[in-house]
Design a protein around this ligand. Structure first.
Ligand code: HXC
Length: 296
């Protein structure tokens, strides 16, 4: 396992990481998928019986996984690799038990000025997460604050550990969310709670997040990652092609009117009839057997 993991870790870091406690343990059946490219801030692995789940673990523990530019660049690269891997049908992004991510890196932002932010198109790369066509599950333990909460909300499903805390505390730093927080949080939990969180900086618990519709399920801390992987594996067992269409159609609900959205849905529904997998799925039902999807 060590040899396998070494391919995704910084030289010299493998031994240290393998000695870390359970939340960072190597995943059973996991293996390297980054073509040997070493990541400084991430561990990227494939897992599941068919190696169909890509797991990206944010690993910057000394800064509670604060999302520095290097980490976000690596996250983009890891997502690109998994997006292009035909074996992978779903992706899980997770952090540590203490922090999913405590936000954008405040120390990196501290001395930036407007001109730098504007000219460098600061945060532009963050959109990568929301453009991936494969389903992504955020498995959130601990803090998901500021950009960390925004990162989770860019994913398609959020599972939370029971001690997770969600918040947009940017107002306490004299700024506002900049990676979709004012938009996605409002769509997820409604205006009143979004306004309250964004204007006060107060956090909500996993239970509150579940009640508000921000997360779909809450798990004991130790069971969270396994549950997220199980969900991802279930998604990956369906047609990857049709799953991408389903994701595209759900996402249209956030971009357009009901009439336009249902038109988009209808077009994509019709499009499934051009796939082998639609034929196989319905034939398998009629023949009372399990469908064997080929992603075609
Ligand atoms: C840089 C951070 C950080 C961050 C924590 N650290 N959050 N560094 N950026 N966002 C660092 C601390 O400086 C410290 O390093 C180490 O991580 C441990 O943090 P502590 O504060 O000592 O831990 P604790 O007392 O347990 O408190 C945890 C915490 C607190 C409540 C999460 O760290 C915190 O409030 N962090 C900031 C959360 C936040 O405001 N996030 C929004 C960021 S703005 P040292 O070296 O001192 O030990 C944002 C903008 C989004 O996200 C815009 C678009 C992306």
């Amino acid at each position: 396992m060590a040899a396998v993991l070494r391919g995704v870790l910084r030289p010299g870091a493998a031994r240290r990481r393998l000695l870390l406690p359970s939340p960072l343990r190597p995943l059973p059946g996991a293996r390297c998928c980054s073509a040997g490219a070493p990541f400084q801030y991430l561990a990227v692995q494939k897992t599941g019986a068919r190696q169909s789940v890509g797991v990206i673990r944010l690993e910057r523990p000394q800064a509670l996984n604060a999302l520095c530019e290097g980490l976000m660049k690596e996250l983009g690269q890891a997502l690109e690799t998994l997006e292009n891997d035909p074996q992978v049908g779903a992706i899980v992004i997770t952090g540590s038990q203490k922090a999913f991510a405590a936000g954008a890196d405040i120390k990196e932002m501290q001395n930036k000025n407007f001109q730098e932010c504007y000219s460098s198109n600061f945060l532009a790369g963050w959109d990568k997460v929301s453009t991936v066509r494969k389903p992504i599950i955020a498995a959130v333990n601990g803090y998901a604050l500021g950009g960390g909460c925004e990162l989770a909300m860019m994913c398609d499903i959020i599972y939370a550990g029971e001690k997770a805390q969600f918040g947009q505390p940017e107002i306490l730093l004299g700024t506002i969310p900049g990676a979709g927080g004012t938009q996605r949080l409002t769509r997820a939990v409604g205006k009143s709670l979004a306004m309250e969180m964004i204007l006060t900086g107060d956090r909500i618990s996993a239970t509150e997040a579940k009640e508000a519709g921000l997360v779909s399920k809450v798990f004991p801390v130790e069971k969270l990652l396994d549950a997220a992987i199980a969900c991802a594996e279930k998604i990956a067992s369906n047609s990857k092609l049709v799953a991408a269409m389903a994701k595209e159609s759900v996402n249209a609900a956030f971009e357009t009117t009901l009439a336009e959205g249902t038109k988009t849905e209808k077009r994509l529904f019709y499009a499934t009839f051009a796939t082998d997998d639609r034929k196989e799925g319905m034939t398998a039902f009629v023949e009372k057997r399990k469908a064997n999807f080929t992603d075609s």
